[in-house]
Design a protein. Structure first.
Length: 414
């Protein structure tokens, strides 16, 4: 009797099966653990035996067929009739690994790839994985509010939505309110930075930030510069990214605390060359300096305009000036993950919320921003600050790619 047949009989004894009977669903936790242990042991045994006795490359692939059969049996035994949205991707990963290795000249390499792929599939099936569809749904939800200019009802609706969202996910929600004069009316306007704290007990922290307000009007729109500006990419994409990351944060094993900071009044600007930018980040930086007892930030990353469907993210010149090692670290992680949208080349000089953080608070902060929106468009045809900055120009896949890089970067902070 060959070894595969012996193993099948052993599996039948474990489950109490006889020929012609249907496979039971194991509801008892102990039974499930025993079955999983047996399947793993059987598979590894068969791989090792195959490596010893196989004399042709073709036969070295046979253990993979056995592995797939065991997987089918295991799913039936465990009652896995419902799969998460990640299941098709996991199956595809296994299939690709088998296909790519069928012509390998080294059976040991084949077996090693199989075991590594299985491990990778298990890790990628975590509930906290970045979900592009969900991220894009958040972007749509944000933009349906309409304008989210500082001090307006639209901003208040967004603030309520974000507080409820992050509280439900386990984040510690803090508000940093202050007042400024409205650039047009001169009346007082309330400005509120939002801080969402993860692992609040840790004093060593890093900062992820974005702005969540929209410019009052699409000033660069050649047809209607006083029309509705929903800021899908500019203001919406960073907010949607953080909403999606909120699902991941409770599952991460972090060595440092992480704060999401949403800056208000980044562009409460009605008239260029008159109204100041970056009111929220400037106030945050000054408060950080004036209160040494507050959380200390090792470094930070600003996310702005990261939802472009045709994403390209270059080194930004001010980031390179203030925090070059951090720039190279983040782009290096993207390269390791295969996220090719991170281009390791200098391209744009951007004045953004990272300037007050670097210049006032002395926190090394870089700006991840796609200012080619869309790619190759001349300035007078960009979607930036026009009515065309809408969700259909953006992509959940782009948001998720940036999220993957951020998750890996956070995991590496010690």
């Amino acid at each position: 009797m060959n070894r595969q047949r012996k193993t099948i009989l052993g599996l039948a004894r474990l489950t109490g099966q006889r020929k012609g009977q249907t496979m039971p669903r194991l509801k008892d936790q102990t039974q499930r653990q025993d079955a999983a242990f047996f399947l793993n042991a059987a598979y590894l045994h068969l791989v090792s035996e195959s490596l010893v006795h196989q004399r042709s490359t073709e036969r070295a692939v046979l253990p993979f067929a056995w592995m797939l059969a065991c997987s089918w049996i295991a799913m039936a035994m465990l009652g896995c009739s419902n799969h998460s949205s990640e299941s098709p991707n996991a199956s595809d990963s296994v299939a690709v690994a088998v296909s790519d290795q069928e012509t390998s000249q080294d059976p040991q390499t084949v077996a090693l790839v199989a075991m590594n792929t299985t491990s990778s599939v298990a890790s990628n099936a975590n509930a906290g994985d970045i979900n592009p569809k969900r991220a894009f749904s958040y972007l749509e939800k944000i933009c349906k509010i309409g304008s989210r200019t500082t001090g307006t009802s639209g901003m208040q609706k967004q603030q309520q939505m974000l507080e409820e969202h992050f509280t439900a996910l386990g984040g510690v929600v803090l508000w940093q309110p202050f007042e400024s004069r409205h650039p047009v009316t001169g009346a007082k306007v309330e400005i509120k930075n939002l801080v969402v704290r993860w692992r609040p007990e840790l004093t060593e922290r890093v900062l992820l930030c974005t702005h969540y307000d929209t410019k009052p009007f699409p000033a660069m729109d050649s047809k209607n510069p006083k029309g509705l500006f929903v800021g899908a990419n500019d203001g919406g994409s960073g907010t949607a990214l953080f909403m999606e990351l909120g699902h991941t944060m409770p599952n991460l094993s972090l060595q440092v605390g992480v704060d999401f900071v949403f800056f208000d009044a980044e562009e409460l600007v009605y008239e260029e060359n008159r109204d100041p930018y970056f009111l929220g980040s400037k106030y945050f930086a000054e408060a950080y300096v004036n209160d040494p007892s507050s959380a200390r930030y090792r470094c930070g990353i600003l996310l702005d305009m990261v939802g472009d469907a045709d994403l390209q993210l270059y080194y930004e010149e001010n980031s390179f000036k203030f925090a070059r090692p951090l720039v190279e670290e983040v782009w290096g992680i993207a390269k390791q993950l295969g996220v090719k949208e991170f281009e390791p080349k200098l391209r744009h000089y951007i004045r953004d919320d990272h300037l007050p953080l670097n210049e006032i608070a002395k926190i090394p902060v870089i700006d991840i921003i796609d200012f080619d929106y869309p790619r190759g468009a001349p300035k007078n045809r960009s979607y930036w600050h026009t009515m065309a900055d809408t969700p259909d120009k953006c992509s959940g896949a782009s948001i998720a790619k940036v999220g993957r890089v951020l998750v890996e970067w956070m995991k590496r902070q010690k």
